[in-house]
Design a protein around this ligand. Structure first.
Ligand code: PHE
Length: 384
């Protein structure tokens, strides 16, 4: 082992400070050796700085005006040198100062480059990752049923008519033979809007029947239309009521239309909706019970044989074996007069049903509120 070889100093800064505190080496060879060592230590100190803080500390230790290695060298070598040695001392000092400055600058550069590279790596976006798919949901069960109902009537030659949800009292009531103080107005209470003095009375429509009037005013008979849409009533929400729900209206006007046509069309609808086309049996029983609506005469309600107990009696049908599904009747002549159709020549039938109610029967849902819950666990169970 060569004991004369100098061991590298453990702390280049401490070594440099010690050397700088010592006086100018006494001869040229000593000065050259000290200069080389100081250059190497400056290099080592700059290189050892792992981050900005450590580098700043190294800069201060080497370049600091007070007590920095260079400041001390200036004092102990330059200022203290006797005149004949000033020149050598100055050259040695400049060599060390240049080495220290360039080593520290190089280290600063390298650190800046490294942090930029780290930021780039951190912020890297992997464009090869597959995108997260947005789930493509099925139609809302009410909409899905409404489409099935609509399709049945489209196949029978009906077309779709529309009307506004904000309706005038005239279309919602008067034109439908419901005068101002008729009790049917109280049973179909809704929200009224103040449209200002002299403006027609506006309300949220309570049924889709006003579209009957709009459709007849727009076209001459014969006519077959259905009108699906939202309706509103002042009902507290419970298992069978909602202040907003959907109806599907139907209207057929032609020469010689009779009650048999009404029964035939609606019985066909029941078979398609709950029978052959659906999950139920081929033959769904229907019955028509006398009822009352101001805009039809005679009026009826159609029941279907209970889909849950097949007529034996259960909770859904209140032990009756029958479930009410819609209101209907022959168009009252007052409506024809209101739209300018000749009531002596034209006859027709109309019907209206709750879409949610049909959906509840078709899907076996026991609470209408579930449709409006926004709960995807419920809503995504149904076929489109
Ligand atoms: N409009 C009635 C209701 O909302 C239903 C109906 C429509 C009845 C057409 C007869 C004819 O209850």
């Amino acid at each position: 082992m060569d004991r004369s070889a100098p061991l590298p100093p453990l702390d280049p800064l401490a070594a440099a400070q010690t050397r700088a505190a010592a006086p100018l080496p006494s001869d040229a060879a000593g000065l050259q050796a000290a200069t080389q060592e100081l250059c190497a230590w400056a290099e080592a100190a700059a290189h050892a700085a792992e981050d900005e803080t450590a580098l700043r500390a190294a800069r201060d230790a080497w370049l600091g005006r007070k007590g920095g290695v260079l400041a001390r060298l200036k004092q102990n070598w330059l200022a203290a040198a006797p005149p004949p040695r000033k020149r050598d001392a100055g050259q040695a000092y400049n060599t060390v100062a240049q080495a220290a400055e360039s080593a520290l600058a190089a280290a600063a550069n390298e650190l800046a480059g490294r942090s930029a590279a780290r930021r780039l790596a951190d912020e890297r976006v992997d464009i090869s990752l597959p995108a997260r798919r947005a789930p493509f949901g099925p139609a809302h069960p009410v909409l899905a049923i409404l489409r099935r109902m609509t399709d049945i009537f489209l196949r029978l030659g009906y077309s779709v008519a529309e009307g506004p949800e904000i309706e005038t009292a005239y279309y919602n009531f008067e034109a439908l033979n419901i005068p101002a103080h008729h009790p049917a107005r109280a049973s179909q209470d809704t929200l009224y809007m103040d449209a200002g003095p002299g403006a027609p009375e506006l309300l949220l429509r309570t049924h889709t029947s006003p579209v009957q009037i709009r459709a007849m005013r727009q076209a001459a008979p014969p006519l077959r239309v259905i009108a699906p849409g939202k309706v509103y009533r002042n009902d507290a929400p419970d298992a069978t009521h909602s202040p907003m729900f959907h109806q599907l209206e139907g209207l057929a006007v032609d020469e010689h239309i009779t009650l048999r046509d009404l029964k035939g069309a609606l019985d066909h609808f029941a078979q398609e909706m709950f029978g052959a086309g659906g999950a139920g049996e081929r033959n769904v029983r229907t019955r028509f019970r006398p009822s009352y609506f101001p805009f039809t005469e005679p009026s009826a309600e159609m029941d279907v044989g209970c889909l849950f107990c097949r007529g034996a009696g259960c909770r859904a049908c209140k032990q009756s074996g029958w479930i009410e599904v819609l209101g209907c009747g022959m168009v009252h002549p007052a409506l024809f007069r209101a739209v300018g159709y000749d009531p002596e020549r034209w006859t027709g039938f109309a019907f209206g049903m709750g879409v949610e109610r049909i959906a509840m029967l078709a899907y076996g849902v026991d609470d209408i509120q579930r449709f409006y819950s926004g709960d995807l666990r419920f809503l995504s169970q149904f076929p489109d």
